[in-house]
Design a protein around this ligand. Structure first.
Ligand code: CZF
Ligand code: MG
Length: 238
């Protein structure tokens, strides 16, 4: 059994990790969806992992006591830098354990890559307000729509990026990254997912990220890809 303590304050990310563990468990049990893992869409990839991980279950648990731990500053210029800072910082609160941190966000071509590492703070940074709305995901989405109001169809390409870092006792041990390409819609669609998912359209699926079930999001999404990359890079002896 390989156990990660996931150090994130974002419940949407935690749900994604639970779906990842279930999918990994199913595949390990021999119920791999052959169509899902081998078909040749640019959105899919074979889920090859190193043998020791194929032979073990992967468990993701929220880092115990996370609510009481002050969040670290996330002021690195890259997702990799922030993921590393978070993993190292939070690992000092769980001696001897593998602690996993996630830094992720949306890069929009028409906005020169914004909001990028500032995705969680996009509306705040932009001093964007909307009457009667204080939910931060909704404000971020409205801010994104406003900033893209004059961007024509065909110029709305974007990507989600995710970097995961695993640390133990203050040392970052390995990391993984994943990307998924899409387009920003002019109005939200779907009520699954979190954050920008209702605006993030996947042309090859004909759906937004918020219209996908969690297993599909894990298969094609940035977080699932980053996780498979991290598991692949893990040394066999851990
Ligand atoms: O709809 C979404 N579906 C996703 O799959 C996704 N992945 C990232 N994001 C956005 O990017 C920010 C990350 O910021 P972030 O990495 O700093 O995380 P966070 O501050 O929410 O939690 P923590 O992990 O740092 O504690 C988040 O808040 C979201 O706005 C996503 N939005
Ligand atoms: Mg954060």
């Amino acid at each position: 059994m390989l156990r990660f303590f996931v150090a994130t304050t974002n419940p949407g990310k935690l749900r994604d990790f639970s779906a990842a563990a279930e999918t990994h468990h199913r595949e390990r049990g021999g119920h791999r969806d052959v169509n899902a893992s081998t078909h040749s869409s640019a959105l899919s990839e074979p889920s090859v992992m190193n043998q020791s991980l194929l032979d073990s279950d992967v468990l993701f648990e929220p880092l115990p006591g996370l609510k009481e731990i002050p969040a670290p500053a996330e002021d690195e210029p890259t997702f990799a830098g922030n993921a590393r800072v978070k993993a190292i910082y939070y690992s000092s609160f769980a001696a001897g354990e593998l602690v996993l941190a996630d830094d992720s966000g949306l890069e929009v071509d028409a906005l020169d890559g914004a909001p990028g590492v500032r995705s969680a703070r996009f509306a705040v940074d932009s001093q964007f307000i909307a009457a009667g709305i204080d939910d931060i995901d909704r404000l971020n989405n409205l801010c994104l729509l406003e900033r893209m109001r004059d961007v024509s169809a065909g110029q709305r390409q974007a990507r989600y990026r995710c970097v995961l870092a695993a640390a133990r006792d203050g040392a970052c041990l390995f990391s993984g990254d994943g990307t998924v390409e899409g387009e920003i819609l002019t109005a939200p669609r779907g009520d699954g997912g979190f954050g920008y998912d209702p605006l993030f359209y996947l042309p090859e699926m004909g759906k937004t990220m918020a219209e996908l079930d969690l297993a599909t999001k894990h298969r094609i999404g940035h977080r699932g890809r980053a996780l498979r990359d991290l598991l692949r890079r893990m040394p066999p002896t851990r």
